[in-house]
Design a protein around this ligand. Structure first.
Ligand code: ATR
Length: 270
């Protein structure tokens, strides 16, 4: 019998590091898997996913821009996928039905609390951004029991809407209080091109952790800004990437990978 088949769907997808990560997990499990990159055309995700599972696929990751499509396409959803309005993990059940889950928030939480050893309970959290990436982590952030969760975004109305949906609070970027937050998470997509949300450096002056959900070989623009603003520590999203993958792998195979050596290997080869 051939090795079980998994894949990541995206567009673009050639850069995805998921195959590398999942093959490292499989080696830990002492098993062989196939893990492919599948480039789907915009509007054609459902057909591509149906073809993949009909051909024997066991599970899949879904990345930009198909997480919302996957949410509509799956036969059923986990609570966290429904809350996120997005699916990053598809799982084929024994009866052939496909469930959609979202491990992004769990991955972020695990990276912050287990890898970086920063507790979120009782802390003042600031989430920058109100798009898909921000929505995807709202439920787990609320469940971590922070003293407060504030959402701020360039388009203030979107922050207001997102905060209301999750019982959090919104604040205009220009009104964020100096020294007002213990943990600041950047979930805006502007960072990829070096653009930052317009916040005053003093907002980060009491910050124990500045976390950028994107990652790059060099410190991101947000992490450089945070360091200059006096944040005690900074972290990029590579740990989140590995942790969300580990959670997907566990959902598929019931085996929980040890993420530390995988994260170290990824850091060594950015
Ligand atoms: P994603 O799925 O990555 O979250 P998205 O849903 O398009 O992508 O959301 C992008 C987020 O990054 C939004 O919060 C966006 O702010 P707006 O709602 O005002 O558009 C934010 N963003 C993108 N570019 C930005 C920039 N240059 N400065 C500040 N915020 C930016």
């Amino acid at each position: 019998m051939s090795a079980p088949l998994y894949a990541v769907f995206g567009n673009p997808v050639a850069h995805s590091r998921s195959p590398l990560i999942h093959q490292m997990f499989a080696r830990q499990e002492g098993t062989a898997i196939r893990y492919e990159r599948i480039l789907a055309e915009p509007g054609a995700f459902g057909q591509a996913a149906a073809d993949f599972f009909a051909a024997g696929g066991q599970g899949a990751n879904v990345t930009v821009p198909f997480k919302t499509d996957a949410c509509h396409w799956a036969d059923s959803l986990s609570e966290r996928a429904r809350a996120a309005g997005a699916v990053n993990t598809l799982i084929k059940q024994a009866d052939g039905r496909i469930t959609g889950d979202n491990t992004d928030g769990a991955g972020l939480l695990r990276d912050i609390t287990a890898n970086l050893q920063v507790a979120l309970a009782g802390k003042r959290l600031l989430l920058l951004g109100a798009g898909g990436a921000a929505r995807g982590v709202m439920l787990p952030l609320q469940q971590a029991g922070p003293a407060s969760l504030t959402v701020a975004n360039r388009t203030a109305g979107k922050a207001q809407e997102l905060a209301e949906a999750f019982g959090a609070q919104a604040c205009p970027l220009a009104d964020l209080p100096a020294g007002g937050f213990d943990v600041v998470i950047n979930a805006t997509s502007g960072g990829l091109s070096g653009e930052l949300p317009a916040i005053a450096p003093a907002v980060l002056s009491a910050c124990e952790l500045a976390y950028d959900m994107v990652y790059a070989a060099e410190p991101t623009a947000f992490l450089r800004f945070a360091e200059q603003a006096g944040a005690r520590r900074g972290a990029d999203g590579l740990g989140m990437l590995v942790e969300q993958a580990a959670e997907s792998y566990y959902l598929w195979r019931g085996f929980r990978p040890d993420t530390a050596p995988v994260l170290a290997a990824m850091r060594a080869n950015p």
